[in-house]
Design a protein around this ligand. Sequence first.
Ligand code: C2O
Ligand code: CU
Length: 450
Amino acid sequence: APVLAGRRRAAGVVPAAFSVPMTVPAELRPVRSTRDADHYRLVAAPAWAEILPGVRTPVLAYNGTFPGPTIRARAGRRAVVEYVNRLGEPTTVHLHGGEVWPEDDGGPMDLVAPGTARRYRYPDRQRAATLWYHDHAHHLESEHVYRGLAGTYVLHDRHEAALGLPSGRYDVPIVLKDARFGADGGLVYLPGDFGGRTTILVNGRPQPYFRVAARKYRLRLLNAANMRFFNARLSTGDAFQQIATDRGLLPAPLTTTELPLSPGERADIVVDFSRYEPGTRIVLRNGFSTHPATDAILRFDVCGRVRDGSRVPERLAALPALRPATVTREFRLSMDERTGMGFINGRAFDAARIDFTVARGAAETWRIVNDNQVIEHNFHVHLAGFRVLERNGGPPLPTERGLKDTVMLPPGGSVRIRVSFDPRYRGDYVYHCHVIDHSSMGMMGRFRVA
Ligand code: C2O
Ligand code: CU
């Protein structure tokens, strides 16, 4: 009976903001560990999730949870994901931000058929970072990710552990998404659903509240939304510290009052709640929101005080040296506003076409332009990390000065990036707009590292 009552209450509406507590995605324990590798079992299957209070919503889940469980891997140890596809459609698992061999990349054409299993091996030679894993089956990925096939993948290393940053229960993944609910509480998937009054979800709950102790927290922000851009701000206007971007720690913490994140981007921030009295309520807001209903992301309710003498160190981690580029390329992103078809340099995705070849271990300068005057895009490349050199001919945003793998492109905007390839990897990979509905509509291409 409570379920039915809940369903009626949910009829196409959403609960008032801050009426449900935030949850933290479960951590996935290895099913087996060998001397140098940890094996994780990941099963994609239909499931029910309680997203709206008292309502059972059908989702696509990894290991039954929405979003998927958090994998915490250690640099220097291989992670092996033993994946089982129990969905009725082909899927892949892509480790976004991972430096992996092409056969383990889970790219759009390397499908795992319904009812079959697949092993993905991740070398984990990378520095500590917040990565994520998600479905990438071409054309299906947008609906799959929307319905739940995404989770956080945290890489830890010794250097970072020695810095004394907030850890354990004070190191919290914050997976940002948005969704639209039908009268029956089901998720309504509308391709190209952008900027409307969707419901903001944090770790799978609608605009929740989070009871925090008066101390420092590390929040790992991941924009896992299909299309929504976030600009994280505190309602008090207070500053917080950004300590990491897509591919790991910044050289030094950045004090900022706002943090923009386009789909696929990550940023780790440290918020010091010890400066607030217990009882204080602070809302994390989306500065990009154009509607009050989607402006609030999450409310922090400061409760107990915890002894916290910690400081964020002034020096975090040196970035790899910027290597000189041998090649310059240009990519122009465009979308036909009538048909919704996406193009890069005038061409839509074609699985049979390799657009260009990069020399193994090369560094290249890429200029990326958003040719649309009203549509927002961004740009993600598999395998390689990059540094943003320039934005619209000027300096990059302060928040994008670390090692990146995804970069925002507002209408008419452009960036110049220095992409750096690790000589240990070669093969075929993809690059695309990470507004997922755009890549499924063609805004993607393949390249070869040879
Ligand atoms: Cu997060 Cu090609 O993707
Ligand atoms: Cu796009």
